[in-house]
Every structure is written in C-alpha cells, then in structure tokens.
Design a protein around this ligand. Structure first.
Ligand code: FES
Length: 224
C-alpha cells in the first residue's frame, strides 16, 4: 500500500504547476508553494477534515466544482486545476471579511496587534479597507474579560478562529480553552484557574503567540 504522506501529486494553480503531498488540503498545498490564499482559522498541521472552516476566507475555484469552495477543507488531488484570484472568489472573501469587521472593534491604534494583525493583512491584500459596510457593526459586552490569570481576552477583537483552543490542545494534550456561548454571544472561555494551571499557562503562552489578532493579551502584572 502506498503511504499518502510520501506521495507527491501535481496541481495547476493560477496557471502554475505545483507539487504537494497527497492528502494535504488545497490551502496547505498552495501556501507551501508560496501561493497566498487569505485564511484565518486554518493552522499549520490541520488536515482537510480537521479544519474548522469558520472564517470563510479561503475560497478558491476548482475545475469540476460548480461553486467556489473553502481551500482548507478540500483534499488536493493529482491533476486538479485551481484558481485563487477570480471575481467570484474575491467577492466571497470580501464579504467574509466585512462580516468579520461587523463584529470587530476597529481601533487599530490602540490594539497591541496593530501592524501584525492578520485581519489588517487580509484587508490590505484584498484592497478592501477595514469597513463592514453595508453590514452594521454590533459589538459584544463586556469589552474585556480579565478573569484569566495570565492574559486578558477581548471578545471584540476575537475572530473566533479557534486557533488558541487548538494550539493549547496540541501543546498540552487537552485544551484549557474552549468556545463558550452560542451564536453572536460566542466567546473563548477557559477552565482551570487554580495556581498550578496558571503556572502552566505562564510557562506556555502558545495561545498568545498564535492569536492572529489582539484578542489575547498578556497581563502586564501577574494578575494575582
Ligand atoms: Fe478556510 Fe478559514 S481558513 S475557512
């Protein structure tokens, strides 16, 4: 039997021929070949069936597929022809971005992620600005959750990509973070606030490093 992880396949992406590992997603294949597709919720190591596909940014068109699809959830196949830069793709990506901005506090000057923020980067790439129009902006309350001993959480900066939840799980076996609430009220919550857990978080900080926006910010004091 052939081991998929060692089999190389060939795809055509925007008229370029690229090679990828069998079993990888179209998104992973393109990124590995330096073909950028906007994405927020995918993280290195996510297989197509693990990808949460919640940000709805990574649309591409694939020959033989009726509609654009999320590149993070489609397995790259040998001989596939992919387009990352069509009008339909860009329209979908701009709409997804506006929806993210419709629940986002756009206050970049006062955000610690300013100039390193993935949302800003994607807005720039799509030449879309930081606007949510024609959608209305709706923000959550409270602005900040300071209950965690190591970091503060800002719901209105969070894009609910879940990367902090997954990175914590991968690093620590079981994630101390999880989604809490439903619908518009969904936030990232945590459990394990005893001293030992706090010490583990202080020594890890993987979630802080992985957050693509300024949603998780390390406390400047020990928070105790
Ligand atoms: Fe594919 Fe978010 S990266 S939907």
């Amino acid at each position: 039997m052939t081991d998929a992880s060692t089999t190389t396949i060939t795809l055509t992406v925007d008229d370029r021929t690229i090679q990828a590992q069998a079993g990888s997603s179209v998104l992973a294949a393109c990124l590995a070949a330096d073909i950028y597709i906007p994405h927020l919720c995918w993280m290195e190591g996510d297989t197509p069936d693990e990808a949460p596909a919640s940000c709805r940014l990574c649309f591409v068109e694939i020959e033989g597929f009726k509609d654009p699809v999320t590149a993070c959830t489609v397995v790259a196949e040998n001989g596939m022809t992919v387009r990352t830069d069509t009008e339909a793709v860009r329209d979908l990506q701009k709409t997804a971005l506006k929806l993210l901005f419709s629940v986002h506090r756009v206050d970049c000057k006062n955000c610690p992620a300013n100039k390193a923020c993935a949302l800003q980067g994607i807005a720039k790439f799509l030449k879309a600005g930081l606007t949510c129009k024609p959608f209305e902006r709706t923000l959550k309350e409270p602005e900040m959750d300071s209950r965690h001993p190591v970091f503060d959480y800002y719901p209105n900066r969070c894009v609910l990509c879940g990367i902090c939840v997954r990175v914590c799980g991968r690093r620590n076996g079981q994630s101390r973070l999880s989604f809490a609430g439903r619908g518009f009220e969904t936030v990232v919550g945590y459990f394990g606030s005893d001293a030992a857990s706090a010490e583990d978080c202080r020594n890890c900080k993987a979630c802080l490093e992985a957050c693509p926006t300024g949603a998780l910010v390390e406390k400047t004091t020990d928070g105790g």
